[in-house]
Design a protein. Structure first.
Ligand code: SF4
Length: 348
């Protein structure tokens, strides 16, 4: 039987000696490479009116479109108001300059201690494990991030690991990106092995959207290194609407839990996506059905190109007050803003 991640091909004339290793892409890697990257294709597949196309092409020129098939399949055909579509459809408004909206809204450049190493908070560091994402979310605060300067070579990784090794105050490593799970399992297994050799490191946290947009990412290879590490594991998913959680996502979450991961979710409060008490309540309920606890509800980071997603603070507080009346406390996410230079997220 040929496995997808590592196959052996045998020549029929000499099977005993001519065994040639061949690496085939995993199912998720194939899906990643086949993601939609053309606004015209997205509009055509969803049966959208041609009137959406000029704006989509303008936004795409600023931040390229990327939508995997498994995520597309959860959108309603012919509905330009679909809450999943809103998260990925480029708009002409992304080209408007809006006061206060900047390219590095969290001032991450000031906290970068080396290529791919960001140290913002006490006790934990963030490693950019991959510059790529499986989906390009239009509101992303890293849509202008200089990934080219933060894609470490092996030697640079060694220096970052050395930094962690020499700082006993660091107890948690956060793998981020891009999406850390866009890296290959071979690379991730190498990195985790190096991290777990640092004696004062207790926890490994993954910030990822891949198990949501391509649930097949949670395959045996991933579960192998995740399940084997001595580090406590926290997977923080990023889901903004209940419609993102289908059976395949629920199954992927179950596999992550079985590997010993604690599952949390962070959402962004987004205009025309989840800006109602009903939408937020359904999201929390659906997350819990998938075994995931709501963790943060972030207000939008003021990144250039995303101002049309903003929900004012007062409205955000009212929504959460309404949500509090609907849900038990453990399903209520914390409404927060990240303010550059603060020692933690700031509750609203
Ligand atoms: S980093 Fe997260 S929010 Fe930003 S584009 Fe990638 S998946 Fe979306």
């Amino acid at each position: 039987m040929i496995t997808r991640s590592s196959a052996l091909l045998q020549r029929p004339d000499s099977p005993s000696v001519d065994v040639m290793p061949l690496t085939l892409p995993s199912a998720w890697q194939t899906q990643l490479s086949q993601a939609i990257r053309d606004p015209r294709e997205l509009c055509r597949r969803l049966g959208l009116d041609d009137a959406w196309l000029p704006g989509a092409e303008r936004g795409h020129a600023l931040f390229e479109i990327r939508v995997p098939e498994a995520f597309l399949a959860r959108m309603r055909h012919g509905d330009p108001n679909d809450p999943l579509l809103h998260q990925v459809l480029p708009l002409a408004a992304e080209g408007e300059s809006v006061p206060g909206y900047v390219t590095d809204p969290l001032a991450e450049a000031e906290h970068t201690s080396g290529p791919g190493l960001i140290h913002k908070y006490n006790g934990r560091v963030l490693l950019i494990a991959s510059p790529a994402c499986a989906v390009n979310c239009r509101y992303c605060f890293r849509r202008h991030f200089p990934y080219a300067d933060n894609s470490p070579s092996r030697a640079q990784w060694e220096r970052s690991l050395e930094t962690l090794h020499n700082d006993p105050s660091i107890h948690e490593a956060i793998l981020s990106g891009g999406d850390p799970l866009a890296a290959s399992d071979r690379q991730l297994a190498w990195l985790i092995e190096r991290l777990e050799a640092i004696p004062h490191l207790k926890r490994l946290r993954l910030h990822t959207r891949l198990p949501v947009v391509i649930p097949d990412r949670v395959d045996d290879a991933l579960l192998g290194w995740l399940g084997a590490t001595r580090l406590q594991k926290v997977v923080v998913l990023h889901i903004n609407h209940a419609n993102e959680i289908d059976k395949a996502v629920i199954d992927a979450c179950a596999r992550l839990k079985a590997a010993g991961a604690t599952l949390l979710n962070q959402s962004v409060l987004l205009r025309n996506v989840n800006d109602s008490v009903d939408a937020l309540a359904q999201l929390s309920e659906r997350l819990f059905e998938a075994g995931v606890l709501p963790y943060y509800l972030h207000v939008l980071d003021p990144v250039a190109g995303a101002a049309h997603f903003d929900v004012p603070d007062e409205e955000a507080r009212e929504l959460v007050a309404g949500l509090r009346e609907e849900l038990p406390g453990f399903l209520l996410p914390r409404l927060v803003r990240e303010i550059p230079g603060e020692a933690s997220k700031t509750p609203l």
